[in-house]
Design a protein around this ligand. Structure first.
Ligand SMILES: *Cc1c(COP(=O)(O)O)cnc(C)c1O
Length: 380
């Protein structure tokens, strides 16, 4: 059997080992430590935010952000529907109610039209959400200007789930740096990884200090163990932060490699009728974490699922686009606002969408194997 080609696998630089060794040599294995402090500083510099707090996962960072903006039991939180479940799970951790917002066609991300309608409607019954979680899918920034303006109008804070868009730009500014809080993930399949980890970024350094307090069991200042509010065990270890520092050094190279992968797919397949690659909005720059496309069922005879099977038979991993959260059994009772009355954009993207192998460590020869198969099965 030929070597398996994965969707996106960890891609170490070699520098990680240096930082891990430092931690071992000083026996600074835990808790926290110099690598954590340095990783936070370096990442905040990269993102262009006043600060950053390293967490055990991206999900943990979303949970902390929701807690910090004051989400309580029974509150409502808006969230993009077309995303990974981790964007919305922390809403449930806090006993709040998720309300899902559809996508729009140009970025596949939260529809400003649907968001506006949802806010108008809930404002009229005095049920405004405590936060809006905007997601930047597959590396592509949502329409941040429009979304931020609408949220500002209603005074609702934005949490930017930038787990997939580290290294991307929106109008020259780093993706993840727009909302009150931004969240990055260093899970194994993300553009850079610490094997598992996350980061909360913000310009509000007091809130970040509070996030560190909450993430270490919310221990009050006292000689004994004293606690006044509920806390979590959500900080990143000093060893994993070492991996993160090594990875951050090569982030821009990884973005370039991902964009090269995307460009090769477009060059090979872009002319096939009915094949539409995820667009890149004007004045934005996507890290192209995963190359994603849709297959128009009127023009392409093979379905995304059939194509996934064809690739799997050749030991190549491909996946459908995220299944919208408003379609998940977990969220079947939640409210959902469509882009327009007759058009649910996220459902179409799910039905027609496909993620292709996009590893920054995938060789040109490996990608050629994928392309040959795709060409054969898409061209009739
Ligand atoms: C990966 C991911 C997360 C969760 O990050 P973890 O570090 O795995 O907890 C959240 N949101 C999106 C959109 C993701 O892709």
């Amino acid at each position: 059997m030929t070597k398996r080609i994965l969707l996106s696998s960890p891609h170490m630089s070699g520098n990680e080992q240096k930082y891990i060794n430092e931690a071992f040599e000083t026996n600074w294995i835990a808790p926290l430590g110099p690598n954590v402090n340095a990783f936070e500083k370096e990442l905040a510099e990269y993102a262009g935010t006043a600060g950053a707090a390293a967490t055990s996962s991206g999900t943990a960072a979303i949970h902390l952000a929701l807690d910090l903006v004051g989400v309580k039991r029974g509150d409502r939180v808006f969230c993009a529907s077309l995303t990974f479940v981790a964007s919305a799970n922390p809403i449930l951790y806090l006993g709040a109610e998720p309300v899902f917002i559809d996508s729009e066609e140009e970025t596949w991300n939260m529809s400003p039209v649907a968001l506006k309608r949802a806010l108008e409607e809930l404002n009229s019954v005095e049920k405004l959400p405590k936060a809006v979680i905007v997601v930047n899918l597959y590396g592509h920034s949502a329409k941040m200007d429009e979304l931020m303006a609408i949220c500002d109008e209603y005074g609702v804070p934005v949490i930017e789930d930038a787990a997939e868009s580290l290294g991307s730009l929106y109008k020259g500014k780093k993706s993840g740096s727009f909302g009150q809080f931004g969240v990055y993930s260093f899970n194994g399949n993300k553009i850079i990884t610490t094997s598992g980890g996350g980061m909360l970024v913000s310009n509000d350094v007091d809130a970040l200090a509070q996030s560190r307090f909450l993430a270490t069991q919310a221990r009050d200042t006292a000689p004994h163990y004293q606690h006044s509010v509920v806390g979590y065990n959500y900080r990143m270890s000093n060893i994993l932060a070492g991996v993160g520092r090594g990875q951050l050094e090569v982030l821009d190279d990884r973005v370039k490699a991902k964009r090269d992968v995307f460009d090769r797919y477009v060059e090979a397949l872009g002319d096939i009728e009915g094949v539409h690659f995820m667009p890149e909005l004007e004045d934005t720059f996507s890290n192209r974490w995963l190359t994603t496309l849709t297959l128009d069922p009127d023009k392409v005879s093979i379905t995304p699922y059939a194509l996934i099977d064809v690739l799997e038979a050749e030991n190549i991993e491909a996946r459908p686009v995220w299944k919208p959260l408003h379609m998940q059994p977990l969220f079947e009772d939640c409210k959902f606002y469509a882009h327009a009355q007759e058009t649910i954009v996220s459902e179409r993207l799910f039905a027609e969408g496909l993620c292709l192998p996009s590893g920054s460590n995938m060789t040109v020869e490996e990608q050629e194997r994928v392309i040959i198969l795709l060409k054969k099965h898409l061209s009739n």
